[in-house]
Design a protein around this ligand. Structure first.
Ligand SMILES: CO[C@@H]1O[C@H](CNc2nc3cc4c(=O)[nH]c(N)nc4cc3[nH]2)[C@H]2OC(C)(C)O[C@@H]12
Length: 372
């Protein structure tokens, strides 16, 4: 009996409010999933990540297979025990990071061999090995191995990578062996070509997956290209399975993705931007590195539900950023992750109330009016 199940609670246009029940707890969608690349959401205690409202976080197969190693994590009780996060974890299959981070890599029908960016050691990633690694990590939602190519690309290149990814989808599904306690997602490829995307979506559905990721985006294309691909593809995906847009994004990318039928998002942006002094608020993003803040005694946002937005002056946050104090990275990571959860929680409530378009308009108006 499958122990990971998606329920659609409400919809408003293409936008959906759902819930994924898993053995380690529920995931309310639309969901933003903080990225815990090497088994930690940088600068955050796991309980702080939970307090921001996150139901699920991401672990990164590529990083963890290199260091400390999948078998080692399994020997230590799996990733949840290792990092002491007892709620759901989603892991990527590793292919994307191999192509974007590894040195020297060779792609064949069998899989991809590459040299570690850490110590140059050689590794092979195949659909079968990727499923094995994610199972060793004891991940709750795992990904097929696929080939993600950057945009813009030639159509024949997009077709080749999409067809390889479909063959790897089939091998991933076989290797997954219908494990009941975790979910396996297929990944839609096809670049920015609607016909290739439709073929990928149809091919994945004929294999059958617990959820459908939309890959091959947030790879340098303009936002309108991403939105067009989303508008084309979500109607082709089953309504009773989650859709996960990989690697996205900034708040306006996420809001646009929700309006186009996406249920799950992940991105390094809120934590990475926090470490670089950028704070996300209801009024848009504020660069606290800027000297204009050095005498500003106002809090970041005195009406925010997040105490960290009310507690300190902008001058102090500016000081922490300028001096590269560790507390700066901690506070701004928490502020940004909490804002992303505020945004998705607001969207869930708006969809339930049938007012997602009003919510989107109000949210965009506040971003535009920002008196930052
Ligand atoms: C905009 O931030 C940079 O871009 C990456 C996020 N954009 C992204 N698009 C993705 C596509 C896929 C895919 O097609 N397949 C699989 N399996 N996983 C994927 C993961 C993805 N993530 C971040 O990743 C790094 C940290 C490399 O830079 C960030």
């Amino acid at each position: 009996m499958k122990q990971v199940n998606f329920s659609l609670i409400a919809s408003d246009g293409m936008a959906r409010r759902g819930r994924i029940d898993t053995p380690r707890g529920e995931i309310n969608t639309p969901a933003f999933m903080p990225v815990g690349t090497a088994g930690t959401v940088k600068a955050m205690y796991p309980e702080q990540v939970r307090e921001t409202g996150a139901d699920i976080l991401l672990g990164n197969t590529y990083h963890l297979m290199l260091r400390p190693g999948a078998e080692r994590v399994a020997g230590l009780g799996g990733l949840h025990t290792f990092m002491d996060w007892q709620r759901p974890i989603l892991t990527d299959s590793g292919g994307f990071q191999v192509m974007s981070l590894a040195k020297l890599r060779k792609l064949t029908e069998k899989g991809v061999t590459f040299k570690s960016h850490i110590d140059g050691s050689s590794h092979e990633l195949t659909p079968e090995r990727s499923i094995e690694i994610q199972t060793l990590l004891d991940s709750d939602i795992i990904m097929q191995l696929d080939e993600c190519i950057a945009l813009p690309a030639e159509r024949k290149e997009m077709e080749r990578a999409m067809e390889l990814s479909l063959r790897w989808a089939d091998r991933s599904k076989t290797a997954f062996n219908n494990q009941a306690n975790r979910a396996l997602f297929g990944i839609v490829q096809g670049g920015d070509d609607p016909e290739l995307r439709a073929r990928s979506a149809a091919g994945l559905q004929s294999i059958g997956f617990d959820g459908y990721s939309i890959g091959g985006l947030a790879v340098g294309e303009p936002q309108e290209v991403m939105f067009r691909v989303l508008s084309d593809i979500t109607p082709e995906l089953p309504w009773d399975r989650p859709r996960y847009l990989m690697g996205v994004g900034k708040p306006d990318d996420i809001l646009g993705g929700i309006e186009r039928g996406v249920d799950m998002f992940d991105c390094v942006h809120p934590t990475r931007a926090g470490r670089h002094g950028h704070a996300y608020t209801r009024f848009g993003v504020i660069n606290l590195k800027n000297a204009r803040h050095k005498d500003d005694h106002r809090p970041l946002d005195e009406a925010s539900p997040n105490p960290n937005c009310r507690r300190w002056s902008r001058a102090y946050l500016h000081h922490l950023v300028r001096t590269e104090e560790i507390l700066g990275a901690m506070v701004l990571s928490q502020i940004n992750l909490a804002y992303y959860q505020e945004l998705t929680a607001g969207a869930r409530a708006a969809i339930e109330a049938g007012r997602i378009s009003d919510f989107a308009a109000e949210t965009r108006a506040a971003w535009a009016a920002g008196d930052l």
